[in-house]
Design a protein. Structure first.
Length: 417
């Protein structure tokens, strides 16, 4: 019998959890199943999940199909109603060994077809950590869930409230990863800067970063994934300023550039807060660069509101822009607000992407002649500390940190000889 096949949609955390589920399923002896790990961030993400399920059924008419992830958690009835689906399991259940053991030997056996409990009642992170998602760069989940209730966001209802992995557990896992030869570790979570609020003493993300760097001296590179800049603590800023092993790249959850829209989104920062954070981080670490999430076409957004988002790209000197056309999610306050027309939303998203493309082009051009330390992901590709892709004209050792001078660029990345 064949091993289970995983189909992952959405974020890097989902990809991490798919690897954890793969281990659980294989240990339980699950065979021949296709597992779809869904995303719920937009209505389009849910549509793609349904489309993927139908494709799998066409290609594998007899295979059991298990659906899990955020969309399965927030709207299990949608997937339970699909005749292609064998079983629906929630975000908590998917990380429990007993869930997978119950599927053997008969996936359509005695257990319930839909296993989705109230995720808001979950108080701990899943205990199943994996030693090495990725080949040369490892991702470590240190936090899950979110206590905030942004008016556009369905994710807290898919992930539950914020829960943190204790620092000692994180450090021990990273030590194991370094022993296995990983050269870079990325800390991931749903709301990473809320890490520690539910732990004794309420430590902050900066405390975790400094502890990792102190206790794992052989770790060459530590990277942080998406953060909420308004929650950046003093030790995180100290690490940015003083720790060269902390990579000079941050992805910021900004969402908009206009104060009124930010208020209607129920965000906790203002436009000036975002600019001030970027200015301060760049003062502390001149080579740091920023990515950001920005939503185009939020309800009630006027031309003037939108122009403030466009200007934010330059005012914060953003390099990597992730643009989301607004998509109303049933059950969120923003879905009940006056909506903009679809063509207008798509036009504004295109304009934001063009601004992001111009910002990226400026960054790439500025790197010509610069020398970078690059983690090679294959003989002909790697990434700088700023997470910019570099393609090599001549093969380099895979899974190594090499030094190279940038000789050119194209629309998406850098070139080196």
């Amino acid at each position: 019998m064949s091993a289970p096949v995983f189909h992952t949609l959405g974020c890097r955390l989902n990809a991490y959890e798919s690897e954890a589920m793969r281990e659980l399923a294989e240990q339980a002896g699950v065979h021949g199943a296709h597992v779809v790990n869904t995303c719920a961030v937009t209505a389009e993400a849910v549509r793609k999940a349904r489309q993927e399920i139908r494709r799998i059924r066409r290609d594998h008419p007899d295979a059991p199909i298990i659906v899990t992830g955020c969309a399965a958690q927030t709207e299990p009835e949608t997937f339970a109603a699909m005749p292609e689906v064998t079983r629906v399991i929630g975000n908590t259940e998917k990380m429990q060994p007993d869930t997978w053991k119950a599927m053997v030997p008969d996936l359509i056996g005695a257990t319930e077809r839909v296993q989705v409990d109230d995720i808001m009642s979950v108080r701990e992170t899943a205990g199943h950590l994996i030693d090495g998602f990725g080949r040369h760069r490892a991702y470590v989940q240190v936090q899950n869930g979110c206590d905030h209730r942004c008016t556009f966001c369905i994710i807290p209802y898919g992930r539950g409230n914020s829960r943190s992995v204790p620092a000692g557990v994180v450090v021990e896992q990273i030590k194991r990863l370094v022993d296995k030869g990983f050269l870079e570790v990325v800390l991931t979570g749903v709301d990473l800067t809320s890490w520690g609020a539910d732990l004794p003493g309420e430590p902050r993300l900066g405390d975790l970063v400094m502890r990792i760097l102190r206790l794992v001296p052989d770790l060459p590179r530590l990277r942080i994934s998406s953060i909420d800049s308004i929650e950046a603590d003093d030790n995180l800023m100290l690490a940015i300023a003083s720790e060269p092993r902390l990579m000079p790249h941050l992805h910021l959850s900004l969402q908009h550039g206009d104060n009124l829209i930010l208020k209607r989104m129920k965000r906790r920062h203002t436009r000036d807060d975002a600019i001030r954070f970027c200015d301060e981080a760049r003062r502390l670490r001149p080579d740091i660069i920023f990515g950001a999430d920005i939503i185009a076409g939020f309800p009630t957004e006027t031309d003037a509101h939108f122009e403030n988002s466009v200007r934010l790209v330059q005012d914060c000197d953003l390099t990597f822009l992730h643009v989301f056309p607004f998509s109303p999610r049933k059950g969120t306050p923003a879905a009940r607000m006056p909506q903009l027309a679809g063509p207008l939303i798509r036009d504004r998203a295109a304009r934001l992407r063009a601004a992001g493309g111009a910002a990226l082009a400026g960054h790439l051009a500025a790197q010509i002649g610069q020398t970078h330390r690059i983690l090679t992901e294959s003989p002909h590709m790697g990434r700088t500390g700023q997470f910019t892709e570099v393609r090599f004209a001549t093969a380099r050792p895979e899974g190594a940190i090499v030094t190279a001078t940038i000789s050119g660029h194209d629309a998406t990345g850098l070139h080196a000889d």
